[in-house]
Design a protein around this ligand. Structure first.
Ligand code: FAD
Length: 149
């Protein structure tokens, strides 16, 4: 009876794996079923073109909360945050490209070569996005929200 499972998690993407790990920690016996021959869902590194490897879809891992990384001691199991100064790089067939950096100043300098108007407006748009994302934090980490009757 030691192998009896009491919860089934469908899919071994990072959300399924975190859920299963937290359930196991809480004393449950989850069974994780994965359709593909490897785990990790869209967070795995794949060869998207010959010689070019990157995260299939999940490149930012925004909602992977630092608390989960700590609680599950993921760094002990090889997890590491990789920081890229470039947030987005979009090459065009004509040889031009758009690159948005972590910092505003290099982004503005880059945008000036494409559009003076967009470069001038970029800092304000980043401020708006920052405000919007900041107010979304409470939804990402629901434990910060205090329930009221
Ligand atoms: C088009 C697109 C673009 C995206 N771009 C980004 C991005 O740029 N940056 C970013 O951070 N996030 C991006 N995302 C979001 C990101 O991919 C998801 O938030 C993340 O992958 C969700 O993780 P998950 O563990 O819930 O599911 P997934 O990573 O999707 O894992 C689900 C797992 O379940 C398995 N599975 C599915 N059905 C079954 C079944 N019936 N039986 C067994 N196994 C099953 C799958 O094989 C897979 O391994 C994008 C998503 C999409 C669709």
């Amino acid at each position: 009876m030691a192998n009896v499972r009491d919860i089934v998690v469908i899919g071994a993407g990072h959300n399924g794996l975190v859920a299963a790990a937290l359930l196991a920690r809480a004393g449950r016996k989850p069974l994780v079923l994965e359709a593909r021959p490897f785990i990790g869902g869209r967070a795995v590194t794949e060869e998207i073109a010959p010689g070019f490897r990157c995260s299939a879809l999940l490149h930012a891992a925004g909602p992977l909360l630092p608390k989960i990384v700590r609680d599950l001691a993921l760094e002990r199991h090889g997890f590491a945050w990789l920081h890229s100064e470039a947030r987005l790089f979009a090459p065009s067939p004509d040889g031009t490209s758009l690159c948005l950096y972590d910092d505003v100043a290099p982004t503005v300098a880059h945008l000036e070569s494409l559009s003076q108007r967009d470069a001038a407006r970029y800092p304000a748009s980043r401020t708006i996005c920052g405000t919007f994302c900041g107010s979304g934090d409470a939804f990402v980490d629901w434990r910060r929200v205090t329930p009221t009757a």
